[in-house]
Design a protein around this ligand. Structure first.
Ligand code: E4P
Length: 218
C-alpha cells in the first residue's frame, strides 16, 4: 500500500519523508491557499519544491473546468517535473481531458469521486488514480468506506490498472480500513501517518524495559 501525504506544507512533507514511509503527495487548491501560495508563478514554484523533497508522484490540480483550459494547465504542470500527476475534477470535460492525457502518457488523478460510476468512468478514460473522498461522504452521513470497497471490487473484476487512491482519510481507523479493503493508496495529513506509531501499551512497555535496564546497569 502506498502512503501519500495530503498537504502543501513543506515541513510536514519533509517530516514524512524523514520517517521513510512516504510514496507521494496530493495537493488541492484549498491546501495551497492554506499555505498562502498565490499566483501562477508561486504555485508552479511550490510544486517544484515539493517534487525536490519527495521521490514519488505529486498530484497538482488544474483550476480550469473547460476542456481546452484543463489541457493547457495540465500540460504546463506536467512539464514541471516527471513526478507530477495532473489532478482533474470529475466533470464531463475532465473525463475527456483524462483520455487525452492518458494517450499522451501524462499521469492523472481524477478527483472528487463520490460514486462507483464516476470511478468507472475515470478508469475507462485511462486515469492513473481515482480519488474517492471517504471523509466527505462520512460527513454527510453516507458510508465512504463502502465506496472504497465497491471501486476496489469493480476494478478487480475487469483488471483496470487505475489505482484506488483513498482520499479525505481523516484518522487512523479510516487508513486501516482502507488497507483491509485493498485500496492501492491512501492520502492523509501527517498526523494520521504518525498516528500509526501510537499505542499506550507500547509506551508503557518501553518505559518498563528502560527502567529495568537502568536498574540492572546502575
Ligand atoms: C484529495 O486529494 C483531497 O485533497 C483531500 O483528501 C480532501 O480531504 P478533506 O476532505 O479532508 O479536505
Amino acid at each position: 500500500m502506498k502512503f501519500f501525504i495530503d498537504t502543501a506544507n513543506l515541513k510536514d512533507i519533509q517530516e514524512a519523508v524523514e520517517l521513510g514511509v512516504l510514496d507521494g503527495v496530493t495537493t488541492n487548491p484549498s491546501l495551497m491557499a492554506k499555505e498562502g501560495i498565490r499566483g501562477t508563478d508561486a504555485v508552479m514554484s511550490h510544486y517544484k519544491q515539493i517534487c525536490e523533497i519527495v521521490d514519488g508522484d505529486v498530484s497538482a490540480e488544474v483550476i480550469a473546468t473547460d476542456y481546452d483550459g484543463i489541457i493547457r494547465e495540465g500540460e504546463a504542470l506536467a512539464e514541471l517535473h516527471p513526478n507530477i500527476v495532473v489532478k482533474v475534477p470529475m466533470i464531463r470535460d475532465g473525463v475527456k481531458a483524462i483520455k487525452y492525457f492518458s494517450e499522451k502518457g501524462i499521469k492523472t488523478n481524477c478527483t472528487l469521486i463520490f460514486t462507483a460510476g464516476q470511478a468507472l468512468l475515470a478508469a475507462k478514460a485511462g486515469a492513473t488514480y481515482v480519488s474517492p473522498f471517504v471523509g466527505r461522504l462520512d460527513d454527510i452521513g453516507a458510508d465512504g468506506l463502502q465506496l472504497i470497497q465497491q471501486i476496489v471490487d469493480i476494478f478487480s473484476n475487469y483488471g483496470y490498472p487505475t489505482q484506488v487512491l483513498a482520499a479525505s482519510v481523516r484518522h487512523v481507523p479510516h487508513l486501516i480500513q482502507c488497507a483491509e479493503l485493498g485500496a492501492d493508496v491512501v492520502t492523509c495529513p501527517l498526523n494520521v501517518i504518525t498516528g500509526l506509531l501510537n499505542h499506550p501499551l507500547t509506551e508503557k512497555g518501553l518505559a518498563t524495559f528502560l527502567a529495568d535496564h537502568a536498574k540492572v546497569n546502575a
